[in-house]
Structure formats: C-alpha cells, structure tokens
Design a protein around this ligand. Structure first.
Ligand code: C2O
Ligand code: CU
Length: 475
C-alpha cells in the first residue's frame, strides 16, 4: 500500500492537531483553516415528484436540489465564491449565521446584486455551532421556490454521541401535471393569505416514501424548513423525539409541546430520535399543522436487522454546549414595540409607502398588502424601523395584529424568546425566526452587538415581497 501524498489540507490538519495538543489558541491558526468552496447558481433539472414524473426544471446551486450541504467546524472560516449563471441577478444570505453585515447577502442594503455572469466572494468565520441554511435574498419568493436553498451545518468541537446524523431539508412545491413549477410566483392571492402553499412536499428535494432506520439506533436529525410558506407540524408516530436545538442554538432537551414539532418557514430544529420500534416495523411521520390537511410526510422503515446492542437509546439525551451569545440584561433593556399589520381579513386601511400614507387600494396596485409599524416596504433599502445602540440590550415586543401566522426573522443576531402572550417561555429559547400565530404577542431579547443595517421580515416569502419587511440599524 502506498501512502497518498500529503495535501495542503492534511498538513494543516496536522498543525491544527498539534496546536490543540499544545493548548495553543485555535484562532491563531484561523487563516490556515479557511474552507474554500464554490456555489454555482444556475438553471438545472431535478427529479422531484418521483420516478413516474418527468424531471422538474429548477434553479439550483451546483446542480443540486437542495444545494450542496456546507459543513464546517465551529470557529472555522469559510470562503464561498458564488457564480451567477441564472438569467437574473441574485445574492446569497447565510440564514442564522452571525456574520459581518457586508457578508449578509441582502441586495442593495449590504451588497450590489450579483449580475448574471458575475461572481461574489463571501467570507466569514462561523462562531456558532448549529443548523443553518443559505438562500438568495434577491426576489427570494421566486428564487427560493425554484430550488435555490441549501443546508449550512456548523459542527460542535466534540459532536454529540449518536449512531447517525441526518439532515432533512423540507420543501414544498407547487407543481403542474408535467411536474414543472407553476409560474404564478408572488400572486396577490397567495400574498394576501398564507403564502404560496404547494401541492408536493419533499425531503432533500424528493418525494420520499420511506427512510430506512435500524432498531436501537439513536439519530440526530437536523430539520430545516426551506419552504416559502408552508408551516410544518411534524408528529413521529410512536416515537418520542427530543428537541436539542432550535434555529441552530442549543436548548434544554425537551419533548415538543403536544408531541408535535412546529416549524415555520426558515426555522430549524435539531432532534434526537431514538429508534424504539421493532425490526421490520414501519411508522408514519405525519404533518398535522393545517387542520383538515393532515398528510403523511414519510415512513420510518425499520430494517430486519436485530436491535443495536448496546444501544445509545438507553442513555439520557445530552445537552449541546452553548454558543458564545451575549446575554441581554432585561432590567436595563430598551423596549420597542413592533406591530405587524395587513393581509386579508385584517384591519389595515392604509400604510406608509415611499414616505407617504396611502390607502389599501393604492398599496395593492403596488403589490403591497402588509406593513410593519404602519410602513409597507417596497424593497430592501429603507429608513430604519428602529435604531439600536451598539452593545445595548433590547426587548422587542412583537404584536401580530393580523389574521395569519408570521415567522419573523432578524438578520445578524439570535434573540431569546422571553415571553408569549404575557407568559414567560419555559425554555427561553434562542431563535433567529419566531413564529407568531394570529393575534399572538411575543417578547424577544438580545444584545445588539453586530453593527450594520439588518433585515427584519416575515419569512413567508410572499408576505415579505408584499411589504412585511423592515430594517433595524445597529450603530
Ligand atoms: Cu432567510 Cu432575510 O432571510
Ligand atoms: Cu407573514
């Protein structure tokens, strides 16, 4: 047997390993551990609806739906060269990663859109371990829907002890009979109601019938909701998943409320799933979010192999190590109220557009139906909704004054959800996207430590495109 030649990578790995044994600061080696990769955004074809249908014309990253899963270690730097071979401009946003503003991928606000044929180089360090994702922020209601999205996993220094780790990028498509994507992107009906809900649900870009598992296995499953608008409420029949992280951030391991994992668009959950069934058994995973529209997502199909012994499933589910998030000081925090308004069956009669108050009819003629604090946003660049003093603690009281649920996302920060409808939350979870049901209020708290202009918007992408978007400045 001949040894492979030493690559630059393995040499560097050796140096890093040596540094670790010597107790040297890893950051001193930051330059050495930059991971380099390229994503090509381009039209492609993908078998989405199953083998009895033709391939679907999509837009995708590097020929794959979802795009390639990016995996880095916590603390590592990543350099991503994005090439745009789409017929229109794009950008890439790194959802949930706390990175410098100039790398955030918001058109016009943080960078010029990447024109067809051009490239853009993103580079940043990954401070937090967890489950994140990437997607365009330019006309995202169409670009994400056409297939541009991928998982971005930052691994903990010492990974959780499980038998297997899986990522499920959940998506929802509106397909025609020939499996092509319906081209009614951003229509006013979807925009005014609950967004573009599709007719085909996929796991990692395909309709699946079954996922093979083995009795006695412990699986860490990373769930990412990459759909434009569909909210998932997942029940693993006869299994007892434990949530260990939400939006990438560790949380005290706990069973989901009512046994159902609820994920609005852009939200993630890491769960530990113990395979407690018998060899050969099959169990459904069902989505029960929309009343009357319960549907089977997939089956867990146990192999005939005997149960793993010894089995990790008898061990307690460990807590993941916390990320280096600054703790907000609630006693001193500045408080701000943010009201979401508009939509069908709502009370909004007028809103500010381009600096002047206009009626609902004028808003609709401009494709707008929603507002944040009475302002309906036409694009990404605005007068800030709020200006926060750098390093100050803030509490935002979010009020959903509409008849629809909204997953509200803040860029550049993670926040603790400290209360819902006036009651303290049990887990004070860190999130970057908080789902507010109709009429619901929530208080979120964070330290505004990342300078720049950050998007704050609904992640139902049709709502975002129709005005439910704003800018929060940290200066
Ligand atoms: Cu997932 Cu403003 O983004
Ligand atoms: Cu919304």
């Amino acid at each position: 047997m001949t040894l492979p030649p030493l690559t630059r990578r393995s040499v560097l790995g050796g140096v890093a390993g040596l540094a670790a044994t010597l107790g040297l600061d890893r950051t001193a080696l930051a330059d050495a551990s930059t991971k380099r990769l390229t994503l090509v955004a381009a039209p492609g074809r993908s078998l989405i609806a199953g083998s009895s249908y033709p391939e679907t014309p999509v837009w995708c990253f590097s020929g794959q739906v979802p795009g390639p899963e990016i995996r880095v270690r916590q603390g590592e730097r990543v350099h991503v060269r994005v090439e745009n071979r789409l017929p229109e401009a794009t950008t890439v946003h790194w959802h949930g990663l706390r990175i410098p503003n100039a790398m955030d991928g918001v058109p016009h606000l943080t960078q010029k859109p990447i024109e067809p044929g051009d490239t853009f180089e993103y580079e940043f360090a990954c401070r937090d371990a967890g489950t994140f994702w990437y997607h365009p922020h330019q006309r995202s209601h169409e670009q994400v829907e056409r297939g541009l999205a991928g998982a971005f996993i930052v691994e903990e220094a010492s990974p959780m002890s499980v038998d297997r780790e899986l990522t499920w990028v959940l998506d929802d498509w509106r397909l025609m009979r020939d499996a092509s994507i319906s081209s009614d992107f951003g229509n006013m009906h979807d925009a005014g109601h609950d967004g573009r809900i599709g007719n085909t649900v996929t796991i990692n870009g395909q309709v699946r019938d079954a996922i093979p598992v083995r009795a006695g296995e412990r699986i860490r499953l990373r769930l990412i909701n990459a759909a434009n608008a569909r909210i998932f409420g997942l029940v693993f029949k006869d299994h007892a998943p434990q949530i260990v992280a939400l939006d990438g951030q560790p949380v005290e391991p706990h069973a989901p409320d009512g046994g159902r994992i609820v994920l609005g668009p852009a939200m993630r959950a890491d769960i530990v799933l113990d395979m407690a069934g018998r060899p050969g058994a099959r169990f459904q995973v069902v989505d029960t979010f929309y009343r009357g529209l319960e549907n089977r997502l997939v089956d867990l199909a146990y192999s005939e192999e005997p149960s793993l012994l010894p089995s990790k499933t008898s061990e307690p589910v460990p807590r993941l190590p916390a990320n280096p998030l600054p703790e907000p000081d609630l006693a001193r925090a500045r408080r701000h109220k943010i009201v979401l308004g508009g939509g069908m069956m709502g009370m909004m009669r007028s809103a500010v557009m381009d600096g002047r108050t206009v009626d609902m009819r004028t808003l609709m003629q401009n494709g707008l139906l929603w507002a944040i604090n009475g302002v309906a946003a036409k694009g990404h660049v605005h007068e800030p909704l709020l200006t926060l003093e750098r390093n100050s603690s803030c509490v935002l009281e979010l009020v959903n004054d509409t008849a629809w649920p909204h997953p509200i996302h803040l860029h550049g920060h993670s926040f603790r959800v400290v209360s819902r409808n006036g009651a303290p939350t049990r887990h004070r979870e860190w999130l970057d996207t908080v789902l507010l049901h109709r009429g619901e209020r929530a208080e979120i708290a964070f330290v505004a430590d990342n300078p720049g202009d950050w998007m704050f918007h609904c992640h139902i992408l049709e709502h975002q495109a129709a005005g439910m978007m704003g800018v929060i400045r940290v200066s």
